[in-house]
Design a protein around this ligand. Structure first.
Ligand code: NAD
Ligand code: LMR
Length: 328
């Protein structure tokens, strides 16, 4: 038996974690021969409810679940962590943009970045889910000196999945027929779902969906606003689909991306596509051997470049809003 992988999930008593934790414990994310030590981090008011979550996880008797440690202490929470899924933070309510959460959530990621730098395992990898996830990830990364920028990721896979589902419904195909669907930029209402480089059954999307006005209009708007639509319908933000996207993100980052495809995740820019080095921006990504790189030479075209610039501008605006949380 391998030694346990230490996986820390923050916001462990919250709704996303409720869907996420059993799937991590079952082996779906890290492999069916990989025992898991689950570290569940919550704030004090969430600890009572977390007790119930721990009871339920124990009652599942997962063969791969080595042990569970629930804590509200940041140092204990990230002690020896190999993978940290930073979910814990306040979700937005109807009428808010995700960046309106920066004032409440941004500072959480200062302490978590510092605690990760102090306590985590050398091979730590981090996925930030809590919103606004790109800028929260930037805050944590900048407050975690010594941890390579390549280990930091923020989640845009949910947007990729939403875009695939919307295209499939319009084209009358299945979402599995769609490849190379990149989300560019921010996980926000400015994100750009790149329909021009996506493929349906290896052909351009335009072959199946000639309605360019729909692609440029309702398609983009609906993907950008899908989170708000779910809040409007449920009164709560997406949870099951967010947990699923987190699982797919980690799996894709650990796997080898098929040569004819890519996946979407926000990572620290290396300067590609003119994006300032270090900005956490979503790109088309290929992964192999635990290393993820930005796919080069994707032609965004005139329309795509304008959309990409708009979402980049928002990322820069968010960075300026949290300047005091970013050590020089
Ligand atoms: P939730 O309110 O159900 O749960 C959040 C949990 O985090 C709560 O239990 C709370 O006590 C805990 N928490 C708050 N501050 C914490 C801290 N400093 N340390 C540890 N735990 C803390 O919310 P949820 O529905 O699970 O959503 C969590 C976050 O994920 C929100 O910010 C939401 O907007 C975001 N989200 C992101 C995506 C994405 O695609 N990136 C998708 C869905 C939701
Ligand atoms: C989502 O996309 O569903 C999440 O980011 C939650 C939200 O606030 O929209």
């Amino acid at each position: 038996m391998k030694s346990p992988l230490v996986v820390t999930v923050t916001g462990a008593a919250g709704q996303i974690a409720y869907s996420l934790l059993p799937r991590i414990a079952s082996g779906e994310v890290f492999g069916e021969d990989q025992p898991i030590l689950l570290r569940l981090l919550e704030i004090e008011p969430g600890m009572k409810s977390l007790e119930g979550v721990v009871m339920e996880l124990n009652d599942c008797a997962f063969p791969l679940l080595d042990s569970i440690e629930a804590t509200s202490n940041l140092n204990n929470g990230f002690d020896g962590t190999n993978w940290a899924l930073l979910v814990g933070s306040v979700p937005r309510k109807a009428g808010m943009e995700r960046k309106d959460l920066l004032g409440i959530n941004g500072k959480i990621f200062v302490g978590q970045g510092e605690a990760i730098a102090r306590n985590a395992a050398e091979d730590i990898n981090v996925l930030v889910v809590g919103n606004p996830c790109n800028t929260n990830c930037l805050i944590a990364m900048k407050n975690a000196p010594g941890i390579p920028q390549s280990r930091w990721h923020a989640m845009t896979r949910l947007d990729e999945n939403r875009a695939k589902s919307a295209l499939a419904q319009k084209a009358g195909c299945h979402s599995r027929d769609i490849t190379r669907l990149a989300i560019w930029g921010n996980h926000s209402s400015t994100l750009y779902p790149d329909f021009e480089n996506a493929l349906i059954n290896s052909d351009p999307v335009s072959k199946y969906i000639p309605d360019r006005a729909w692609l440029e209009g309702d398609f983009i708007k609906d993907v950008q606003q899908r989170g708000a639509a779910i809040i409007g319908a449920r009164g709560l933000s997406s949870a099951k689909s967010a947990a699923h996207a987190a699982i797919e993100t980690v799996r894709s980052l650990r796997a080898t991306t098929p040569a004819d495809d890519w996946h979407s995740v926000a990572i620290a820019s290396d300067g590609s596509y003119g994006v300032e080095e270090g900005l956490i921006c979503s790109f088309p990504i290929r992964s192999s051997g635990g290393i993820s790189t930005i796919v080069q030479d994707v032609d965004l075209g005139e329309f795509g470049k304008i959309k990409f610039q708009a979402t980049l501008n928002e990322l820069l605006e968010e960075r300026a809003m949290v300047a005091e949380l970013l050590p020089k």
